[in-house]
Design a protein around this ligand. Structure first.
Ligand code: OOG
Ligand code: NI
Length: 455
């Protein structure tokens, strides 16, 4: 029997979840609290709580975050995810997005078709270190970092061969699938290999993220994020259980209507035991603090116009004091800038919806928004499947013990979405194209069923 890409993805997600739960026990608490809140939300709100995804999808839903060191490793990751029906979507440049030193560029690997997303939406935010960026690493350090990364092997050849086979044949037979999943999961386990303390500290003085990526010979899953239906409640409950959360929830404020985009929060990275090689060659046990627990609530995907509103909101928020913000200022500002009802979001083209005919008679000349108002068509929000650079930078930063250092006077490495596509050696999908494709297909169908006049 062939194990399909969809099955491989679902199994990989659940194996990573088991691994991460063993490694970071607080993650299990997070998942427990998340699941109980989700059940409560369905009981409290009813079917409406499921309008952004069925309870089954939401319960199983996770995103992971991983970090790799160079272009070769990035293209290998692309092949491994390609073997599971996960494609690179979007480009995020975090080098500019934060005040802390985060020398990475990122993409997210995820399914892109509506049915595949419904079957299992597992996605992985994947960051690549830019060792050549002189703002962060001078010639000497950047050179040593690049050769360190060149000489390590994150993914065994056997894994890459199986990945290529799965991609070409759209799946693997049982035995090969088992082997692929074991190797792929192991590649992201925290290694027992001793960390060279001096090298790690040297990188850390420039950037804690650089040390986590390039200070060791292996990689690991950084976090695995469940999806919760009430993130404000989750924040409170985690604190009640004695797990200290970061102060804020990243993203737009809570609303009474359909939330836009993505809201995220996390618990602080915990001490994890690691082995260190000291300068005298001895091995000692110590701790590092790099892995944290994140949780998110997903809203409706914003169109470019909706996204502009969000960006404008962030810009205005920046000039607000912390007290003003906490005092309901953020919420007030948001309400003034973005409508909360589905029909307004649709009518003003701020968010993506799919539409479906209800069977009720329709005025053939009416607009889609009018048909929704008159009840001939229902609109369902398309869930946001991607990430936000500002929140991603905030998530990175809130878990760093030190800001690191950078020298903006030195040369930046030019690297954009096109460069990323070149590294990946495959299409880098634009999120908006994917959302509008799903929307347009549903509008097409409504037009056909209701025999609407062409626009
Ligand atoms: C990735 C941080 C970004 C998110 O959810 O925005 C992220 C990382 O820490 O490697 O995961
Ligand atoms: Ni994350």
């Amino acid at each position: 029997m062939t194990v399909t890409h969809t099955q491989l993805r679902a199994r990989f997600a659940s194996r990573l979840s088991a691994l991460y739960g063993q490694e970071v026990p607080a993650y299990k608490t997070l998942v427990e609290v998340t699941e109980s809140i989700n059940v409560e939300a369905i009981e409290r709100v009813g079917a409406d709580a499921e309008k952004l995804g069925s309870i089954d999808r939401v319960t199983a839903e996770r995103h992971g975050a991983i970090r790799v060191g160079n272009e070769r490793e990035m293209s290998q990751v692309a092949a491994i995810f390609g073997a599971m029906g996960m494609f690179p979507v979007g480009f995020y440049d975090l080098r500019e997005a934060a005040s802390s030193s985060i020398p990475v560029v990122s993409t997210a690997f995820r399914p892109i078709d509506a049915e595949e997303l419904a079957a299992n939406p597992f996605r992985v935010f994947t960051s690549m270190l830019v060792a050549s960026d002189r703002r962060f690493f001078d010639n000497d350090l950047g050179g040593r970092l690049a050769s360190f990364l060149d000489s390590r092997t994150l993914f065994p050849d056997e894994l890459l061969v199986l990945a290529a086979e799965s991609e070409a044949k759209l799946g693997l037979d049982d035995a090969a699938a088992e082997r692929f999943l074991t190797l792929a999961t192991n590649a992201f386990a925290l290694s027992e290999e001793p960390v060279d303390r001096a090298w790690y500290r040297e990188l850390e003085s420039v950037s804690a993220v650089a040390a986590d990526i390039g200070g060791v010979t292996t990689t690991h899953i950084n976090h695995l994020t469940p999806r919760v239906l009430d993130i404000d409640l989750l924040h409170t409950r985690m604190e009640q259980r004695g797990i200290s959360m970061i102060d804020t929830i990243q993203g737009p404020p809570r609303t009474d209507g359909t939330d836009l985009l993505l809201r995220q929060t996390s618990f602080r990275a915990l001490d994890e035991e690691r082995r260190f090689r000291e300068s005298d060659g001895s091995i000692r046990t110590g701790t590092l603090r790099v892995r944290f627990g994140e949780v998110e609530s997903r809203g409706v995907a914003a169109t470019p116009a909706g996204r502009d509103r969000y960006d404008a909101f962030l810009a205005r928020l920046d000039s607000m004091s912390a007290t003003e913000r906490a005092d309901g200022g953020a919420r007030e500002l948001w309400s003034a800038m973005v409508p909360e009802s589905d029909i307004e979001l649709l009518d003003k083209d701020l968010a993506y919806f799919t539409v479906r005919a209800t069977g009720r008679e329709a005025d053939r000349g009416a607009s889609i928004a009018d048909l929704v108002r008159s009840g001939s068509v229902v609109a369902e929000p398309i869930v946001y499947e991607d990430f936000l650079p500002k929140s991603a930078a905030g998530i990175f930063t809130s878990n760093l013990d030190s800001e690191g250092s950078r020298d903006s006077g030195r040369d930046a490495t030019a690297f954009d979405a096109l460069s990323m596509e070149g590294v990946l050696g495959r299409t880098l999908h634009d999120p908006h194209t994917l959302y509008s494709r799903i929307r347009e297909a549903s509008i097409e169908e409504v037009r056909r069923v209701l025999r609407l006049d062409p626009e």
